[in-house]
Design a binder for this molecule. Structure first.
Ligand SMILES: O=C(O)CCC(=O)C(=O)O
Ligand SMILES: [Fe+2]
Length: 209
């Protein structure tokens, strides 16, 4: 495997996530990875579709709740993003090896919040299935300034919250089932990559209930 980060870095991130339920990692993407993923994002902007809420037959579009457009990534079709797939493989390996999770899959999409877009407070779990275990968000914005909005607000266990600016190459990871969060209205187009590490493939989830 092509290693992206040192084990020492990983262990400190994983420790923080176990302790606080979330961790913020700056410069998670090196310059080359950032440029590759951002270029891919920009060249596919036409292919994004309006995001809904809920899974499977429960999926509905509610612009008052969620205003982003998404593009679901596919490892075979989007093989040119191998730098990203390597990084995801490494992340899955670390969580399985050091957090005793049995992650068996993942799902990732690119997200574009146009000016004014937001996402109300939610957990990253669906009623219809609950296999999302770790959420990962990576920001693809260049020159994000204070006042541009679009912060991710994360609610801590004690009810207090923290505002995270969606700056270039920053990654936020959190426990999908227990961390309420929302995206504040963005005052300019906001680009990100969001994914979930899954406890078992969704198809299997349907059988297992
Ligand atoms: O873009 C973000 O900061 C978070 C997005 C999010 O919460 C989601 O897509 O579920
Ligand atoms: Fe979310």
């Amino acid at each position: 495997m092509n290693k992206c980060h040192t084990l020492t870095d990983w262990l400190s991130w994983v420790d923080e996530l176990s302790d606080k339920d979330f961790v913020i990692v700056d410069n998670f993407l090196d310059q080359q990875r950032f440029d590759t993923i951002r270029s891919f994002f920009l060249s596919h902007l036409e292919d994004f579709t309006r995001a809904g809420i809920g899974a499977l037959s429960e999926n509905i579009i509610r612009e008052d709740i969620r205003g982003d457009y998404t593009y679901w990534l596919d490892r075979n079709r989007d093989a040119s993003l191998h730098a990203l797939w390597d990084l995801i493989d490494e992340t899955m390996y670390i969580y399985n090896r050091y957090c005793f999770l049995s992650l068996a899959g993942h799902e990732f999409h690119l997200a574009h919040y146009p000016k004014g877009g937001h996402y109300d407070t939610h957990l990253d779990q669906f009623n219809a299935r609950n296999n999302r275990t770790i959420s990962m968000v990576i920001y693809l914005n260049k020159d994000w300034q204070k006042g541009d909005g679009g912060e991710l607000e994360i609610f801590r266990k004690d009810g207090s919250s923290i505002l995270v600016e969606p700056i270039e190459a920053r990654c936020v990871m959190f426990k999908s089932a227990v961390v309420p969060h929302r995206v504040m209205p963005s005052h300019k187009p906001r680009y990100s990559l969001t994914g979930w590490l899954l406890q078992q493939p969704s198809a299997l989830g349907k059988f297992l209930g």
